[in-house]
Design a protein around this ligand. Structure first.
Ligand code: FPP
Length: 239
């Protein structure tokens, strides 16, 4: 398959990095950086449709982030819950469909309930799709998918020989979400950090030096304009 990039990627996945450094540089607690980061999420979601982006997937909490201080973990979980409660009205009005990926079983049941509630409440929205990765890790997601498929082999007579790319994709948390076209990581770091390992197989990558709390719609638009001139070949030789 060969394809020239159209002007905008349909699906952009973002590793929102640099909240802690942003706050520390200003002499503030790290949580202030996360709070500012949440404001940026809202601004980027609002800007996305006009920039041609229909799908946004953001990395909010990784399976490794439990290693942070209890104060920071509790602060982040509280921020996620408040974001859902505070933004529910605006998201409904603005046509944002919100979903979550990651292993929810370790999250506070009240947060799980809120996540389920907002997914249901916004399930009919079609303007823009926001997927938030919480307690997400690509390896964890693939491991859980392997367990699901193994169970189907053992209990439902699934023939292992029939398992293909599509079967695996269908067993992932992202089963109803297209693969990302572009992955952006902020704050100058150039690692993939266990994010969308399967789904980003053919994605383009952009690394921005901007810390996430400074990531404005203008910075986003500038990165997207660079994507517009790339050619994606999906393993082919191009045109
Ligand atoms: C990485 O920066 C950021 C996180 C681990 C948290 C991301 C969370 C938000 C932006 C909060 C809001 C999200 C939603 C959906 C409401 P870091 O803390 O690792 O920064 P550092 O590398 O500078 O320490």
């Amino acid at each position: 398959m060969s394809s020239s990039a159209s002007s905008s990627p349909q699906h952009v996945a973002i590793i929102m990095d640099g909240n802690g450094r942003w706050a520390t540089q200003k002499g503030w607690p790290r949580l202030v950086g996360h709070r500012k980061g949440a404001e940026r999420v809202k601004a980027i979601v609002r800007a996305a449709p006009d920039l041609g982006v229909k799908w946004l997937t953001i990395y909010a909490f990784s399976t490794e982030n439990w290693k942070r201080s209890t104060e920071e973990v509790i602060g982040l979980m509280g921020l996620f819950a408040r974001y859902i409660q505070r933004e529910a009205e605006d998201m409904s009005r603005e046509g944002v469909r919100m979903r979550f990926i990651g292993d929810r079983s370790r999250l506070d049941p009240k947060l799980q309930d809120l996540m389920h509630w907002i997914e249901e409440r916004t399930s009919g929205n079609t303007h823009v799709n926001l997927t938030v990765a919480i307690n997400y890790g690509g390896r964890n997601e693939l491991t859980r998918a392997a367990q699901v498929l193994a169970r189907r082999v053992a209990e439902e007579g699934l023939d292992p020989a029939t398992i293909d790319d599509e079967t695996v994709s269908g067993a992932l948390d992202t089963h109803d979400i297209p693969d990302p076209d572009l992955v952006i990581r902020t704050s100058g770091e150039t690692r993939v950090s266990n994010f969308l390992l399967w789904q980003a197989a053919y994605a383009e990558f952009e690394f921005s030096p901007v810390l996430w709390p400074d990531f404005t719609p203008e910075v986003f638009a500038e990165i997207l304009s660079r994507y517009g001139v790339r050619e994606r070949r999906f393993g082919g030789v191009g045109t």
